[in-house]
Write a protein that binds this ligand. Sequence first.
Ligand code: BGC
Length: 364
Amino acid sequence: MIDSGYYSAADFTGLEEGAAAPVEGGKLAVGIVLPTKDEPRWIQDETRFKEALDAAGYDVEILFSQGSSAKEKENVEALITKGVKVLIICPQDGTAAAAAAEAAGEAGVKVISYDRLIRDTAAVDYYVTFDSLAVGAQQAQYLVDNATGTGNPLYLYAGAASDNNAFIFFQGAWEVLQPKIADGTFVIKNSSEAVALQDKLELTRDEQAKIIGQITTNWDFNTAKNLAEANLTVATAADKGKVFILAPNDGTARAIADAFLADPDVTEYFVSGQDAEKASVQYIIDGKQSMTVFKDVRTLVNDAIAAAVALLEGTEPAAKGSYNNGVKDVPAIQSPVVTVDKANVKAELIDSGYYSAADFTGLE
Ligand code: BGC
């Protein structure tokens, strides 16, 4: 009556806690909430969740928040009503999602923060993520490895300030770039806030927020494109030529690359990315995006499902360290990431079986 979703567990007291069987008639008492269908990254997660859950014979509901924290909370409430015991949620806005996590916690539902950390609440039981500091560091290292001499123009872009990851990515990148700004290899061209802090290696969250506020793409392609165009409009020809661009992810990298490609004063550019989205893999093959950071979503999905099953069985999921969310050290597990460019794109993404060669043109 409860696990079938006919009634909600929240309507009763004294129902067996902790000992819930993970599978009953193929139904895993888990609900999944993802941020938006508008970015290929999250469609990829949905696909990989479905593959993994189908293979394990589980039937699980996946809902999308479509960029709205209100919709996200409705989704969480709907899943609580259906009787889920564990929620796997990637927050649209890390702080706003605290309310949804607390609603789940109050209903006795365990909360797994997925990829992005839910902030400022104790109602997060576990965090599965990638090594986001390494993501930023690898993006920056790629730019450093391709720069020679001094005075190289550097354009900085960041993710959404509502996403805790945007800070971690930026921090990882800044720690690699800052010494190369200090020694004159790079000259920042599009952020007065970054210039004001360019002598400082370790930035506080508030300092990071100042810079991110000026260079944010909000994880949105149009915002990214408009910002890049605005930056190029005020930049002089001398600020262009061969340029280096820190772009936070693949969607924004393609938008920013398109803007730089269209500028006649830009003769060559290096631009970072992350997610190994198919469209960016094609951009890399075509020489329009320099690199991406490959985050194998299958690993994240498997870690999340393993954690959910552990929580359903009333045991602690295996953690390797923790992340502080402002209120609590959330036990976490994190997966490694891989730099991919034209040289290893085939080996990492095609030969590995992650994508099929038929999805791309021009692969040698
Ligand atoms: C994820 C990235 C993604 C970005 C925009 C981040 O939190 O870690 O993989 O590209 O959000 O959706």
